[in-house]
Design a protein around this ligand. Structure first.
Ligand code: CO8
Length: 373
């Protein structure tokens, strides 16, 4: 069977960072304004007042200290609480493509590939900015790639599922060299007025070049030893945004058309699923958890990652084994495990093994075992 490698990775980080204190200050100003505006209903008991958010809660519950965003001003304006992202003309490159291209160009350079050598572009992410034409085809055209491209969405697991799809396309002979791109403008799908979730997400884009090992020019490639995927339906992470919204003018802008979740239930239900998928994957590959030098896990919650790694290893993981980027990037949906891989893989030696795992809405879990070439 053809050996497939990740021959390069890329990361685009937006220019603005928002600290927990800045985010909480804007949220609390919004709360004050709301409670003042509705003081009569609150006084007569017909409306519950909104409660303050707190930086202490955010850091304790999630491990997140700050997040990068494409626009800071609009999010921190208590009268607006959403990013200011001007609409672009059809002739202009879309924002999702723009940040995807920035990550892709870096990945191509690391893989020592030219865009013309790419014959498959997969945009795999949670937050596609339009229905069609596919963002992947726009990027394909912009970069000058050949072959074909398509968008896919498996929420936070999109990156690993996208890598699997790219590897399958190369093995079957449909493609020779693929770009898997994860542009996430999560700030456009996040309800910054929701105390439970306003702190969770950040914007970013990542990209990977996936190709056959034979002919690979990169000196920092990772062989894909195997992958395992699992999905199981749940409503606990949900966003009802879609083209059917147009049929219901009354509810078109309601809060269920943005991200919402039952975080506690997600924690309880998803964690065992992640543990079992990774455990079974290691067993199938006849590997022990201790054979894995690095775990590039989905970056949603610090406690969750520490718990998952401890369960696998039977002891506390150290910082080298379990790199964390969510403290400064927050949850970047599909891109989280790829950021960890991009920033924390150069030091691994030939033969060292690492495991990338993403998990989230669906539910969905992806596990990919890699070996430094
Ligand atoms: N400030 C102060 N207090 C707060 C706040 C706040 N901001 N928010 C909640 N509280 C209070 C609550 O009211 C509650 O109070 P009480 O005990 O009196 O009822 C208390 O704090 C505890 O609240 P929770 O039980 O909600 O807190 P948790 O400890 O469970 O932490 C988390 C909440 C951080 C959400 C946690 O449950 C978590 O991380 N769960 C896992 C979530 C996860 O991994 N989700 C994956 C989603 S990502 C994905 O799949 C991609 C989707 C697509 C991306 C969309 C982009 C927008």
């Amino acid at each position: 069977m053809t050996d497939i490698v990740i021959s390069g990775s890329g990361l685009y980080t937006p220019p603005h960072s928002i600290s927990n204190d800045e985010l909480v200050q804007a949220f609390n100003q919004y709360v004050d304004r709301y409670n003042t505006r509705h003081k009569d209903e609150i006084a007569d008991g017909t409306l519950t007042p909104l409660e303050y958010s707190s930086s202490e809660f955010i850091i304790k519950a999630s491990g997140i200290k700050s997040r990068f965003v494409v626009d800071k001003e609009g999010i921190l304006d208590p009268r607006r609480m959403r990013p200011k992202i001007p609409e672009r003309a059809d002739e202009e490159l879309s924002l999702l493509s723009e940040i995807g291209v920035a990550a892709a160009e870096q990945a191509l350079e690391r893989a020592r590939r030219k865009a013309e050598e790419i014959d498959l572009v997969i945009v795999a992410c949670s937050n596609l900015q339009r229905a069609y034409p596919a963002i992947a085809i726009e990027i394909q055209q912009h970069l000058g790639c050949s072959g074909y491209g398509y968008d896919m969405n498996v929420a936070c697991s999109s990156a690993t599922f996208g890598m699997g799809a790219a590897a399958d396309a190369i093995r079957s002979g449909n493609a020779r060299c693929a770009l898997v791109i994860n542009p996430e403008i999560t700030s456009a799908h996040l309800n910054f007025r929701d105390r439970d979730s306003h702190f969770i997400f950040g914007d970013v884009a990542t990209a990977l070049v996936v190709e056959a090992e034979a002919g690979c020019r990169s000196d920092s490639a990772f062989r894909i030893l195997g992958s395992k995927f699992k999905t199981q339906f749940s409503n606990n992470i949900r966003n009802n945004f879609g083209f059917m919204n147009n049929c219901h003018a009354e509810t078109r802008d309601s809060s269920d058309k943005l991200f919402r979740q039952n975080g506690r239930k997600v924690f309880k239900e998803l964690l065992p699923l992640v543990g079992s998928v990774i455990h079974e994957h290691l067993q199938q590959m006849q590997l022990q958890a201790s054979d894995i030098k690095r775990y590039w896990l989905h970056q949603a919650n610090l406690t969750m990652n520490l718990f998952a790694a401890k369960k696998l290893l039977g002891r506390e993981p150290n910082e080298q084994e379990l790199p964390i980027v969510l403290d400064r990037y927050a949850n970047t949906s599909s891109a989280g495990s790829v950021i960890a891989f991009h920033l924390y893989s150069d030091d691994l030696q030939p033969g060292d093994k690492g495991l990338m795992s993403s998990f989230g809405a669906g539910y969905s879990v992806g596990s990919v075992i890699l070996e430094r070439c």
